[in-house]
Design a protein around this ligand. Structure first.
Ligand code: GTP
Ligand code: NA
Ligand code: MG
Length: 281
């Protein structure tokens, strides 16, 4: 099929970097809320997923990832479902172990990166030192003749955030992401949990469109979609490609990282699950 004939979808951008370098703060600024302050101990525990509509009217889907060393699998998953990685490096702390690990994942997944040097409002900011450390880590930044864009920002004051948005949009226009909106839907489970409302999984739809009433299989379980909710908890009628969505109606909780595939009916959803169970045994 000719991909250029398919409709565009929003780019999926994953924010990665060392613990406390300001990933969530940058995202908070972009969506003007304050998730970082509400987080337990200020540490991102799960992949947070949401879409923002920018002043330009364009939409970007962002995935936040935890920088803590224990969450390697989540960052790996983040890198795999994403189109662009924004690598956040604190100007007063420079390149650290999770910075290098994030780079490794982005390279393994062949995802282009944009570097955001954050906390430039701080007294101890050393932008030039960060740039040489990045170059030392093999990042071909534009300052030294490479093609990796570097944007200096402050998630706290908002300085440079317009540039960051603009760089993301420019890169995503070049990458030109398109997906089928019709046909069987497919996606990935980003996280799942048992909530008072039931078993909930946040799914990033990659192609096709999910709607309440649809049957889907994921990992070793399946769902007849009872409800779709956006990140604000609002009921939505459909989830097109590039959209993170909360899905209710699961038989059991699927696991983060499970692939989600739409099935035409309940029988075939169950068959997909038995098939996978067979592979596991
Ligand atoms: P993890 O999810 O735990 O890996 O951390 P994170 O990268 O999401 O960092 P977070 O946004 O939680 O910020 C860590 C600390 O740095 C918080 O105290 C923020 O207020 C502070 N911080 C983040 N960005 C900036 C900035 O641009 N300037 C200043 N001065 N402080 C910042
Ligand atoms: Na933090
Ligand atoms: Mg965080």
């Amino acid at each position: 099929e000719d991909a250029s004939l398919l409709p565009s979808r929003p780019p999926v951008v994953t924010i990665m970097g060392h613990v406390d370098h300001g990933k969530t703060t940058i995202l908070d600024y972009l969506r003007q809320s304050s998730v970082a302050a509400q987080e337990h101990g200020g540490i991102t525990q799960h992949i947070g997923a949401f879409s923002v509509k920018l002043s330009s009217g364009k939409q970007i889907t962002f995935l936040d990832t935890p920088g803590h060393a224990a969450f390697l699998a989540m960052r790996q998953r983040g890198a795999n479902v994403t189109d662009i990685v924004v690598l956040v490096v604190a100007a007063d702390d420079s390149v650290k172990p999770q910075t290098l690990e994030a780079l490794k994942h982005a390279r393994a997944a062949k995802v282009p990166i944009i570097v955001a040097i954050n906390k430039i409002d701080k007294g101890g900011a050393r932008i030039d030192a960060v740039k040489s450390d990045l170059a030392g880590a093999g990042v071909e930044i534009e300052d030294f003749g490479g093609d990796v864009q570097v944007v200096c920002v402050s998630g706290k004051t908002g300085q440079g955030m317009d540039d960051l948005e603009e760089n993301i949009l420019t890169l995503s226009e070049i990458l030109d992401h398109r997906s089928e909106v019709d046909g069987p839907a497919e996606g990935w489970v980003l996280e799942s949990s048992l909530k008072p409302t039931g078993k909930v999984a946040t799914v990033l739809v990659k192609r096709g469109t999910l709607r309440p009433g649809d049957y889907i299989a994921a990992g070793l379980t399946w769902a007849k979609i009872r409800q779709l909710r956006n990140e604000a908890g609002v009921d939505i009628a459909e989830a097109p490609p590039g959209t993170p969505v909360e899905i209710l109606g699961w038989k059991d909780l699927p696991a983060a990282g499970d692939q989600v595939i739409q099935s035409p009916d309940e029988d075939r959803a169950k068959t997909a699950v038995s098939y996978r169970e067979g592979l596991r045994d």
